[in-house]
Design a binder for this molecule. Sequence first.
Ligand code: KG4
Ligand code: ZN
Length: 366
Amino acid sequence: MLVLGIESSCDETGVALVDASGSATPRLLGHALHSQIDMHQAYGGVVPELASRDHIRRVLPLTDAVLAQAGLPLASIDAVAYTRGPGLAGALLVGSGVACALGFALDRPVLGVHHLEGHLLSPFLSTDPPEFPFVALLVSGGHSQLMRVDGVGRYELLGETIDDAAGEAFDKSAKLLGLGYPGGPALARLALQGDPQAYKLPRPLLHSGDLDFSFAGLKTAVLTQVKKLAHARPEGPATTHLADPLTLQQKADVAASVQAAIVEVLVKKSMAAVRHSGLRRLVVAGGVGANALLREQLNAACQKAGVRVHYPELHLCTDNGAMIALAAGMRVQAGLAWEEGAASTGYQFDVKPRWPLADLRLDRAS
Ligand code: KG4
Ligand code: ZN
């Protein structure tokens, strides 16, 4: 069973092919990715219309590249999967339109996949794949959630952000420091030269007793800190960017302090979720899962607690087509692919820009 996966929910066009034959974990046969970062950088963030147009330009050449990598013809595909949501409506429509057209032309079924389910299952493509059940920390640009995962489609929300996502906290803080888009990797790089204890920043909801997150206050604290430092400089506040008067060391110290605050909250809440669940396995997924400090501190905390921790391969942490093809393959294997709400039947152009993971109604199969 060969499944082609197409990801186009935001600013990466990803296409991949997996072999989901039998019951073994699907095997990646080829994948290709085009990042739109360079295009959006000039605007300081994703421009939805430009994103959609670029997905249109990239998706078929990437599909050809994937098939060439796998050494297989288009006709060998057994099913086509695409990201149905959540994401930018226009961008999602490109993936769904192309997937439906391919499915129709080849007379193959088409599956709409939940983007977060793709992230959640992406560690199954790593060299150290997890086993069910596990606790998942899902940290991306738009989501921060802790989940109990008992199997494919069996997800119980344990806690989530009540305002900004962890990736958003990285991105917004990076913007305040005048760093480029996307801010997370840029902030993490600068933080390497900084002192994480230089500035005392809040650890929101750290002692709230539940498993929810809140990162909006952190952004305000960073803004206050940057303003304070800018006004204290002899040349006074900047006319162009707020952070201009700061020395490189001050910026690096702020970056290190922000990163330390976000990571401490993510690590402590993840460990609390593991304790609460009684499970001994943690899976980390989503773009922020690429953060080196987060991995280092989670590894240390998990080792101390006797908990196994699993990550996606670094290049599969951020958006990609492999996780969409994988999630579709695992659904087919679990007999869940055609369940209502999970997959589109026929060749309709239906996308779900807003789509809570909890709305995947899959418990019936268990
Ligand atoms: O999962 P993802 O690629 O896209 C969404 O589904 O949102 O996550 C993107 C997010 C962005 O906020 C980006 O700044 C963040 O992941 N990110 C990082 C790192 N790499 C990506 N944040 C911190 N450290 C990183 N190394
Ligand atoms: Zn994502």
